[in-house]
Structure formats: C-alpha cells, structure tokens
Design a binder for this molecule. Sequence first.
Ligand SMILES: NC(=O)c1ccc[n+]([C@@H]2O[C@H](COP(=O)([O-])OP(=O)(O)OC[C@H]3O[C@@H](n4cnc5c(N)ncnc54)[C@H](O)[C@@H]3O)[C@@H](O)[C@H]2O)c1
Length: 447
Amino acid sequence: MSDRYLSFVNSAWGRRLAQAIGLPQPLPLQRHRSGQAGLANPVIVAGAGRLVAPVQRLFSATDTVSATPATVKAPSTLKVQGAVFDASGMTDLPQLDALYEFFHANARRLAQHARVVVLGTAPEHCAGLPQAIVQRALEGLVRSLAKELRRAITVQLIYVAPGAEDALDSSLRFFLSRRSAYVSGQVVRLEPPVDGAVAVNWDKPFAGRRALVTGASRGIGLAIAQVLARDGAHVVCVDVPQAEASLQQAAASVGGSALPLDITAVDAAAQLQAHVSQHGAFDVVVHNAGITRDKTIAKMSETAWRSVLAVNLEAPLHLSTALLDSHGLNPGGRIVCVSSISGIAGNLGQSNYATSKAGVIGLVQGLAARAAARQVTVNAVAPGFIETQMTAHIPLMIREAGRRMNSLSQGGQPIDVAETIAWLAHPASGAVNGQVVRVCGQSLLGA
Ligand SMILES: NC(=O)c1ccc[n+]([C@@H]2O[C@H](COP(=O)([O-])OP(=O)(O)OC[C@H]3O[C@@H](n4cnc5c(N)ncnc54)[C@H](O)[C@@H]3O)[C@@H](O)[C@H]2O)c1
C-alpha cells in the first residue's frame, strides 16, 4: 500500500509546507538492489578495542577513514556513509567521554542514510562492576542516537562475546548496508558460533541450500522467499491448501517448489518429515505464517483465541522440535520465527495475537540451547508496522499513527523483514542465537 504522506512531503511544495508548519519529513528509505556494493563506503572506524582489527579486515583500505578518539577533534568536511565505534575495550566510567567526543565531532559528517554501529562487550561477560556499567550504558547512547540523528540514519549496538570476534562479518555486512534500512536502535548479542567457521559465498550465501518458508504465497512470506531465492536458495513455499493457486505462482516466481500444507493440521509434522525423506533436510526454516483475529477479550470468541495461538505459536514450536528431533535440519541450520512488536508491547484488541507473538519470543529463547547442540540457531524478527494486506485493513487514523510512531516516521516494506531474516538465516550468522530483532524503524511501542 502506498504511503501518500511520504510522497507528499518529498515533493517540492510538500517539503516547503511541511517545513513551514513543522510536520515530520521522513526520507524515503534506500534499500538494497542486486548488483549494488553491499557495504557503506566510506566508513569511519574509531575506538580502541579487540574488535578494531576484525572490522578493518572487512573493509579494503580505500573503504575506511580511520579515526582514533585522539584525532576526531579535527572533523574533516568529508561526508561518510557510516561509522563503527569499537567500545568493547572500555572498562571504566571516564572512558565514556570518548563516545561524546567522537559522536559530537562526527554527527554532522554522517550522510543521509548512513549506518552507525557501536561494538561492545555484553555486561554479562564483563570482569568487574565499572566495566559492566560502562558496557550497559552503551544501550542508552545507541537508542538516543537512533532517535536524534534522523535523515534515515540507523544506529545499532552489537555486543561481541570473547571468542566471537571472527564471527562479526555477517552482522556488520547487514547493519552497514542498505539491507537494514528499517532496523534501528537494536541491541544484538554475538556468542561463539554454534557451528564453527564456515566458508561463505557472500554473493550467493544460500547457494546449494534448501529453505522452507511458511505463509509464502503473499505478503511478507513471499518477500522472504524472493530474498532467499535471490541469494541462491531453493525455496519450498508452504501455504494453506485453499491458497494453492497463488502458492504455485509464488513458488514458480522464485524457482522453488510449492507444498500446500495447513501448518496446524494434526499430520503437519509427518507431512514435512515425508517431504524431507524424499527431498532432503532443510538448511533454513522460516515460520512466517500468521493470522490475526482481533477483538477485546470480553468480545473474543474461543475460536478466535484458539486459532491464533494454533497458527502463530503452537505450529512453529511443534514443527521446529519435530524437524530438530528427526534431523530434518542440517548442521549449520537456521530457524527464524516471526514475532511482532505486539508481542513485546501488547496491543489493544490483540490479546490473542500478542500472547502468541510473546510466546514466539519464549520459543526462540527457550529452544536456543537445544538447537545449538545440533549446530542450529533459532532467532526471531519482531516487525513493527509493515505495509501489507494485513495493515491495509487497519482503520485510517490508526494506520497513520502506526506508520509515523517510529524514528524513521514511516512504515516498513515486506523486504525489510525479509532482508533481516536473510541475515539471521545466513550461513555465517552462527553467532546469533536466541535473539529477537525488531524491524520497526525504532517504534515507540514497547521501546
Ligand atoms: N504486516 C505487518 O505489519 C506485521 C507486523 C508484525 C508481524 N507480522 C507477522 O508477519 C507474518 C506475515 O504477515 P503478513 O502481513 O505477510 O500476513 P498475510 O496475511 O499477508 O500472510 C500470511 C500468510 O500465512 C498463511 N497462513 C495462515 N494460516 C496458515 C496455516 N495454518 N498454514 C499455512 N499457512 C497459513 C496465509 O494463507 C497467508 O498467505 C505473520 O506472522 C504476521 O503476524 C506482520
């Protein structure tokens, strides 16, 4: 669905009017297109921790403009597309001042759509109290910068555990590229990878891999299938048998195969296992299928309550455990679930949906260790307001509020969710496990 306000304030007289009366002026986001260079360039690399070396390795010499905290007081006029600040070595409170110095000197150097990443050591991995405090403080900085830098600039914090330094590439490539256009203010933890080091084809990371995507006949599911196929996967598209015509079309459009299946059917796991026996195990499973049956709880029927929990929560749990236990997922496999910010913040009229989507967060957190034992990761995305058929049915005023109540002042597109899932499903993302990443433009809900 088109966002008329976004187009209007980016027209010549719309811009003037918005400036004159102080209306929000969101910039249309720039998203990744095939054939584009992935990484933002040039990027300033600053700070002094154990992560500077892996960050610099990622860029060629011409990609980066190095700036240590000692030199940032002399800002250059060169605009940069991004900044990475390694704060992982900070152990005492006065060292936080280096962050002020760096961002104070460089905030205006960041071009529109720039990407900013702060790297840290998670407080649970810190040796003493001052270090744990300093590292926890980074969250406040990052969430504030994500709110105030504006101009479609995004800011994230990646906590890198000792031993995970060499597993940084897939996350940096995602957060320093246009693939993460609608992800901002997020905190991600990297642990030593569940599956060790892997050789990666960065252009076609899913080449030779099989992915299963539920709810793939339209909306976000179709975008996920398209992105995984673009990046080399053979995608098995699942949707209800009633949607078979559009499912066949979707599968054909991505060069994949169609598997009509109601994921809540009593024999759904058995049908998947039969598919695996015939065609081989999966490398990626994306539990995207979801439904809403909104009503306040006093007016909600038991069927509305039950059906939402069955599709959104019980089926992903049942199918994930069945696939894990029957070796239906290869080592190095990835399970990605789709939660929602309703599951984080709660939502009026969505007690069933929010319960199911909060349960999905419990699922990924609870299943992560068991999956890791099989060299598989389990993560979730939590989309905010995404422009789909689901949100097109929301009444106008509520829809407008949903679109604007985030730091980027606009709704996301299905591809924003799909790109985030592709990062979590990436063969080199074995260090990301049990995490929930919001794709919401830093929505104010549940923040
Ligand atoms: N659109 C948003 O703003 C938004 C926000 C947060 C989360 N989400 C979540 O993203 C996911 C996709 O949302 P969407 O907007 O693309 O929805 P959609 O309604 O357009 O697509 C959902 C798909 O799931 C399929 N499905 C439903 N029940 C199924 C079942 N029992 N078995 C197999 N397939 C089934 C549907 O047929 C449909 O094709 C959902 O989990 C949704 O809760 C969406």
